[in-house]
Design a protein around this ligand. Structure first.
Ligand SMILES: Cc1cc2nc3c(=O)[nH]c(=O)nc-3n(C[C@H](O)[C@H](O)[C@H](O)COP(=O)(O)OP(=O)(O)OC[C@H]3O[C@@H](n4cnc5c(N)ncnc54)[C@H](O)[C@@H]3O)c2cc1C
Ligand SMILES: NC(=O)c1ccc[n+]([C@@H]2O[C@H](COP(=O)([O-])OP(=O)(O)OC[C@H]3O[C@@H](n4cnc5c(N)ncnc54)[C@H](O)[C@@H]3O)[C@@H](O)[C@H]2O)c1
Length: 471
């Protein structure tokens, strides 16, 4: 039974959103604009807008940008400090913009506090300082994001030199020697950023193959770019221990049966992120999780309680801002549309590792295409050799390559890997072509602006380096 005081402190809304991430805020705005009452609960006032604008995509790409502007005569520490200040100012601008744009809607109430389910329709909210209130709604959207995983390496979690990506983005002291454990998205982006700012950087990557999710020729090209910038990449490293000492942390690893050690004043584990479900009280709501700790959802993002949806990183799908955004489209379609949109509609979702030049990929690798039974035609060219793309020379960035994997029988594009200037933009055009079954020859014969990077598409699909024989 609820007491009178609890009744008074209970917020009632049509929709309750837990977490101010991309999916949650987009859905909250759309529903609020339609006149639905929405309560959005965000645990930290520093996180209005979620991970991406505060401690993720936007500040990290800001740091990529600033790191490339450093000239040899610039003092590394002073330059770095200025860059952090500028990037944090953008964060503040975006944080405020995110808050204001939702707060401006009369139908939306933002509560800053931590939400925990007490039953399938209710959450208890604990504000900073301990004040508690409750919120209840017919429909609930969970958009609680993810948390970095710190591997269970002796000495790592207690090391004074352990840093997270958030720590690195916020601190104004440039690490002299950075060791990155893990060679995925975050590891490689941060390695390149801090190297360009002037840190000595070592990436310890497990497994014998660099970037296992791309073809070996592309991975080699990426490795050459990073090594050329002075990033040391150790493949097949098994990190055994982190030992703090006077000179910093000694990161001890095995390589081919021999023990090695590298000393660092900052150690960044970049070994993946896990869905942030701890403390949500999902049991009280009857919401099931998977073996990986993600909230279990169907293709419409409904959880095991059909009135509760999970959007973004917390549902265990690909961890990208644009996927969280697409999740909001699916949920909105369930709530106010015809209910047909689902995760199955996602075809040719591209992604980019924001190196310099960026690596952008979409669809299948050459290996995957063959495994899927296609007769494959591969076209590939080094950026420096693409006559149709003088932009690479104009902007002095001729590193990298472009590669297309094409179905040799249908001429449909199966996948592409673009390591080149502007790749983060180019890949979206390829993805659109793939989604709409536009053949490679149409991409080749289209009229593009000049001098642009897209012009490369006039040429690269003609440079065949391999075609599987007909069987
Ligand atoms: C350094 C870095 C760089 C990245 N770069 C890119 C990139 O370039 N491109 C890209 O697409 N993706 C990138 N990502 C991934 C991207 O940031 C995430 O996939 C995306 O932000 C996830 O959004 P979301 O909607 O799942 O939730 P989030 O934006 O993570 O929001 C979840 C919110 O919920 C709040 N919350 C959690 N639990 C509770 C609770 N119990 N009560 C109240 N509030 C709660 C959190 O404080 C948080 O604000 C990057 C990630 C990192 C860390
Ligand atoms: N540009 C972008 O879109 C971008 C940038 C940064 C982060 N992100 C997102 O953030 C998430 C987290 O990034 P991430 O790079 O941490 O994860 P990730 O999954 O991309 O890479 C983790 C890497 O760490 C390795 N690894 C795991 N355990 C290890 C261990 N004990 N020792 C050594 N290596 C180990 C894995 O083999 C893998 O290569 C990603 O899923 C990604 O979606 C995206």
């Amino acid at each position: 039974m609820t007491t009178q005081a609890e009744e008074r402190d209970t917020l009632r809304a049509d929709v309750l959103v837990v977490g101010f991430g991309k999916g949650g805020k987009t859905a909250a705005r759309a529903l609020g604009q339609l006149g639905r009452t929405v309560v959005l609960v965000e645990e930290s006032e520093r996180m209005y807008g979620g991970t991406c604008p505060n401690v993720g995509c936007v500040p990290s790409k800001g740091m990529v940008h600033h790191s490339r502007l450093r000239r040899p005569q610039d003092d590394p520490q002073a330059f770095f400090e200025q860059a952090v200040t500028k990037v944090q100012a953008v964060r503040e601008f975006m944080r405020k913009g995110n808050y204001d744009s939702l707060n401006a809607l009369e139908t939306v109430t933002i509560i800053t506090g931590r939400a925990e389910f007490t039953d399938p329709h209710t959450v208890a909210i604990t504000r900073q300082g301990g004040e508690r209130l409750t919120a209840t709604a017919e429909t609930i959207l969970i958009n609680a994001g993810s948390r970095p995983v710190v591997p269970d390496v002796p000495g790592l979690r207690t090391s004074a030199h352990l840093v997270s990506s958030t720590d690195l983005l916020e601190r104004t002291r440039l690490p002299k020697r950075l060791v990155v454990i893990g060679g995925g998205y975050l590891g490689l982006e941060f390695a390149a950023i801090y190297r360009a700012f002037g840190s000595e950087v070592t990436v310890l990557a497990r497994g014998g193959r660099f970037l296992p999710r791309v073809d070996a020729d592309v991975a080699d090209a990426v490795r050459r770019v990073l090594s050329g910038e002075g990033v040391e990449i150790v493949l097949g490293a098994h990190v055994r221990e982190v030992r703090d000492g006077d000179e910093g942390a000694a990161v001890v690893y095995d390589l081919d049966g021999t023990e090695h050690s590298v000393t660092a004043d900052a150690v960044l584990p970049a070994t993946g992120r896990a869905p942030h479900t701890g403390g949500l009280g999902l049991e009280a709501a009857g919401v099931r999780t998977t073996d990986n700790g993600a909230i279990e959802v169907d293709e419409y993002l409904r959880t095991s309680r059909p009135h509760i949806f999970a959007l973004g990183d917390v549902n265990g799908g690909p961890k990208f801002t644009y996927v969280s955004l697409d999740d909001s489209r699916i949920v909105l379609d369930q709530l106010i549309g015809d209910g047909t949109r689902s995760t199955a509609d996602r075809v040719a979702v591209p992604n980019t590792v924001f190196l310099t030049p960026p690596l952008a990929t979409v669809g299948m690798t050459e290996q995957e295409a063959r495994a899927a039974g296609h007769r494959v035609k591969v076209t590939r060219e080094n950026v420096a050799d693409i006559v149709a793309m003088p932009r690479a020379y104009a902007v002095e960035e001729t590193r990298g390559l472009m590669k297309f994997v094409i179905d040799a029988d249908t001429d449909l594009i199966l996948g592409a890997a673009l390591l080149s200037v502007d790749a983060q933009e180019l890949v979206n055009t390829v993805a659109l072509a793939m989604r709409h079954c536009i053949p490679a020859s149409d991409l080749r014969d289209a009229v593009y602006t000049h001098p642009s990077s897209t012009e490369a598409f006039n040429e690269v699909p003609t440079v065949v380096v391999h075609e599987d024989a007909r069987t």
